[in-house]
Ligand binder design. Structure first.
Ligand code: NAP
Length: 314
């Protein structure tokens, strides 16, 4: 069975995900050499100062030269230009993957630039925080989380198995599905919830009868949890909505229908309908805790566990 180790891993984009992958590789001794590419001089300087990689380049083609595994960790909107830039430098037999939150867009934008003999396997680690940048990463980010791989039809099984083992060695469990199914699942579990958070925080900041000061002062009554999600990186989330349009609109359609039913239940004083829904939703929360995707500890917006330690020191 192919192992999780690579001689040389190249990470294009050194933000939360790129830097966390680098830390996880170092923790597990999964590569002999890590190179990175970052767009801005500021990010490259920080990456060099904290010794995130063995070498950091401005030109992504230089970073991928000789790499056995390349992972593109930029916002989804940059995938096409990045793939085009690295194409001539990709080593025959290398695996190229990405960490993007929309998989049909990765196939569409990276796919056409993959040369013969290079294995393209799109991926998405379902792990993150609202922080970004090269100093926000930590080795434990993927521990106990899922990483979804969406190999193209006809993909060779051995490189897929190797990438799977790599992510497992980074702490994740791996599931394989099609890019289309991934985008539908993530639309309801991640993209629509973020849109709701962005919307409710936007609405609250734009009210006439309730002041912004009051919104902040009394935020512990529920609003605060939405603000954590709504603090996520604007570029990344703009690109997600621009690139997962159909699936997000489909799920939003369902969401609006269900919201209208709730509105009706409130208007007509249908307490049973409200109570039944709120009971059903508690069961989903319990299932998430039982699946190990959250702890039952109340955090009231505060991080706990390994993440807390990391953030405390940040
Ligand atoms: P991030 O912290 O904002 O880092 C993005 C990195 O990409 C930075 O190094 C940035 O360089 C670089 N970059 C941005 N635009 C670029 C461009 N046009 N060309 C080349 N490089 C560019 O973002 P992240 O949270 O790590 O997210 C990276 C990817 O992982 C995204 O595709 C996202 O959808 C996916 N993802 C994110 C999460 C999450 O929760 N954050 C979870 C799973 C997957 P500079 O610093 O120089 O600007």
């Amino acid at each position: 069975m192919p192992g999780p180790h690579f001689d040389h891993v190249a990470l294009i984009g050194l933000g939360l995900i790129g830097s966390s992958i680098s830390h996880a590789i170092r923790r597990g001794g999964l590569a002999k050499r890590i190179t990175g590419a970052a767009r801005s001089e500021e990010t490259r300087k920080i990456a060099e100062r904290i010794k995130l990689c063995d070498a950091v380049y401005a030109d992504p083609a230089e970073a991928v030269a000789g790499a056995d595994l390349v992972i593109i960790c930029t916002p989804v909107g940059a995938f096409g230009p990045v793939a085009e830039a690295i194409r001539p430098a990709l080593k025959p037999g290398a695996i190229i993957s990405d960490a993007g939150s929309v998989k049909t867009a990765a196939v569409r934008d990276i796919g056409p630039h993959i040369p013969e003999g290079v294995h393209f396997i799109p991926g998405h680690p379902i792990a993150g925080t609202e922080h970004s940048g090269p100093e926000s990463g930590f080795a434990e980010l993927f521990d106990g989380r899922w990483c979804i791989l969406t190999p193209l039809p006809g993909a060779e099984p051995e490189p897929v198995a190797r990438l799977k083992r790599f992510w497992e060695a980074c702490g994740a469990s791996v599931e394989i599905m099609t890019a289309e199914h991934h985008d539908l699942v993530l639309a309801i579990t991640s993209h629509v919830p973020h849109l709701i958070a962005y919307n409710i925080v936007g609405t609250a900041s734009d009210l006439e009868k309730v002041t912004e000061k009051e919104v902040v002062k009394f935020s512990a009554s529920g609003f605060r949890d939405f603000t954590r999600i709504a603090a996520s990186d604007p570029t990344m989330w703009r690109d997600i909505f621009l690139n997962n349009k159909e699936a997000v609109l489909e799920m939003l359609g369902r969401f609006n229908e269900d919201l209208a039913a709730l509105q009706r239940a409130i208007r007509w004083g249908d307490g049973d309908a409200l109570f039944d829904l709120f009971t059903k939703t508690r069961a989903i929360r319990r299932a998430i805790i039982e699946a190990g995707q959250e702890t039952p500890a109340p955090d009231f917006g505060r991080p706990h566990g390994a993440t807390a330690e990391k953030k405390k020191s940040a």
